[in-house]
Design a protein around this ligand. Sequence first.
Ligand code: AHM
Ligand code: MG
Length: 339
Amino acid sequence: MSHTGFDEGAPKTEIITLTSHVLSQQQRHPIATGDLTLLLTAIQTTCKFISTNVRRAGLLNLIGAAGSANVQGEDQKKLDILSNDIMVNSLRASGKTAVLVSEEIDDPIIIDAAHRGRYCVVFDPLDGSSNIDAGVNIGTIFGVYKCADDSDGKVEDVLRPGSELQVAGYCMYGSSANLVISTGQGVNGYTLDNGIGEFILTHPNIRIPDRGKIYSFNEGNSLWWPDHVNKYLESVKFPENGKPYSARYIGSMVADVHRTLLYGGIFGYPADKKSKSGKLRLLYEAFPMAFLVEQAGGLATTGTKRILDIQPTSIHERTPIYLGSKEDVEDLMKFFKDQ
Ligand code: AHM
Ligand code: MG
């Protein structure tokens, strides 16, 4: 220790890339085939490519509508379509996938025998795309299932509860590209070093605080919300003890959940009189985020049921969702019980 009080030793030189980290984790499993490592390599390459395109979107005339709509009837942006095509092509080329489900494609993609592998990937290639034109953080969300032993790849392989996911993650395209992944042994965050083109482990073992100070809801919809949701929000804005919570809402799930994971608090998208099942999609938005939040020590619920226990019946179905710090989500669930 020097007279300044700081340790002036040599800077840390240990650099762990996503690939080397996943490889070293896999080595601990004697029966691992390396297939998952190859699949994650395909996913991270896709994220690098999408990141580059997001950053150049304004220069390459990629901003704006493509003139089509997806299965939800939402306008597709040029970047939505490009990101989807990059992801589908890269996952097929990896030779490790059997079924793909994308927010942007109505039907599941069943991979041809020549390229078929054992994994099934559900994804939203570019979430929060209504924010693209304003330069707000957006991201790719994904979940990975393993095919049933007797299956060559069919839709039933992805119509399974989120608790059966093998991997979940997202990449946020913000001031840097941040890839946050869980393979079921905690959550790690990696930041893209553009200079060397590698995701570097910058946030090992992310743990969400048991209680936060931030609520993240689109309160513009509160007119349509059930009373118990409005009452819960009253309780954090006008607390009997302590300080009121702060409001933060970007309207881009990856950015809102990323902040919730790091700082704690609660993120919610309720079902209401207007959107009876909520807005967010179960398979490729709610499941991966719920998996990550639980792996980080938090909770994710519909208000009355654990998100990861839901049995999906169709690939584009929606769900209400509340996730975040354990104690904050438990507080909210009490309002659902008391209604
Ligand atoms: P998208 O998949 O069409 O981009 O919509 C999903 C986004 C989420 O990122 C975000 O949480 C939510 O929609 C915001 O919705 P709203 O603008 O109604 O608050
Ligand atoms: Mg989306």
